[in-house]
Design a protein around this ligand. Structure first.
Ligand code: BDR
Ligand code: CA
Length: 310
């Protein structure tokens, strides 16, 4: 049983990641923390609770964290996710409120009280909360088992600017802190997430599960994929965030390379770029496992089978 904390900004693909985690007996979700990203914090905090309730898991505590990046104005992504962040389903007011504690305090406390090296952090949005934890409580840094995050892109380029991926772009200063912290890091960049497309056939298979969570996921994905279909003419959109959870469950379906990764925080042109030393030309120390390939059919088989269990 692997203990995880999911830090997230839902987002339909975040919702899919949360559902996959809650459907998987190999993972113990200690709590879920919300951060501002795809939509403002008031919405991401509500969206997380909606998703846990759709999964019948209102027992999972949800905490609100940072409402803006460390040093910049918040950039959001309603053009992809819709005004609510979860467009595609009928929204409702969740029964369980947010926990009174701040997300950062919750994460620090869990890292201090759970056995050292037992808790994995799974950031699916801008890295503001996670960077704040690392800065505020240096004693917890080497108690983290691992950070497995969705963010960045290298050969694939960026999706919010030509050179930056959204999660890193929104809070590059936070990303710099996280990549420089010395915590074992696995990174799921666009290079891998653009290989898991929500094709019509896959969404139909998911819907055919027939349970509430699968149908809600299918409804959300039908909205979400429209952006890529209309803009790029693909069959489906990239299901970014669930790759983080799938990697924890079945790393054998992925491949990648240990590399040095640095974050650009200076240049206006390439702000938030993840500079990945794939060819090992810099001599800088490796600080992340950079994943760049996946067996997409195996990924969707896992996702669809697991969602059917909820
Ligand atoms: C990332 O940005 C968000 O829009 C998605 O939820 C994902 O975490 C992809 O760039
Ligand atoms: Ca996200």
């Amino acid at each position: 049983l692997r203990k995880i904390i999911i830090d997230t900004d839902p987002g339909q693909d975040d919702a899919a990641a949360i559902m996959l985690a809650l459907a998987s007996p190999e993972l113990e979700v200690l709590g879920i923390t919300a951060v501002a990203g795809n939509v403002p914090l008031a919405l991401t905090g509500r969206n997380v609770r909606m998703v846990t309730e759709i999964c019948g898991r209102a027992d999972i505590p949800v905490y609100a964290g940072a409402d803006r990046p460390l040093a910049r104005k918040l950039v959001t992504a309603e053009h992809v996710h819709g005004k609510t962040g979860l467009d595609g389903i009928d929204l409702f007011e969740p029964a369980r409120p947010l926990e009174p504690e701040h997300a950062v305090d919750f994460i620090i406390e869990k890292l201090r009280t759970e056995p050292a090296g037992s808790v994995t952090l799974c950031p699916l949005g801008p890295l503001t909360n996670i960077a704040t934890v690392l800065e505020r409580a240096p004693d917890v840094v080497n108690r983290i088992k691992q950070i497995v995050l969705m963010g960045g892109g290298f050969f694939e380029g960026g999706n919010i600017t030509p050179s930056a991926e959204f999660n890193i772009y929104v809070d590059p200063e936070a990303a710099k802190i996280v990549f420089g912290a010395g915590v074992p890091l696995t990174m799921m960049p666009l290079d891998v997430t653009h290989k898991v497309l929500t094709t019509r056939a896959r969404v139909e298979r998911l819907r055919a599960n027939g349970n509430r969570a699968s149908v809600a996921m299918a409804d959300m994905l039908e909205f979400f994929e429209r952006f890529d279909e209309e803009k790029y003419g693909t069959d489906g959109g990239p299901l970014h965030d669930p790759t983080v959870i799938a990697w924890l469950l079945d790393p054998g379906m992925f491949s990648g390379r240990n590399c040095n990764v640095e974050i650009e925080t200076g240049s206006d042109l390439t702000l938030g770029a993840t500079v990945v030393d794939w060819w090992k030309v810099s001599g800088r120390p490796e600080n992340a496992l950079v994943v760049n390939d996946v067996d997409a059919d195996r990924f969707f088989d896992l996702l669809i089978e697991r969602l059917g269990r909820l």
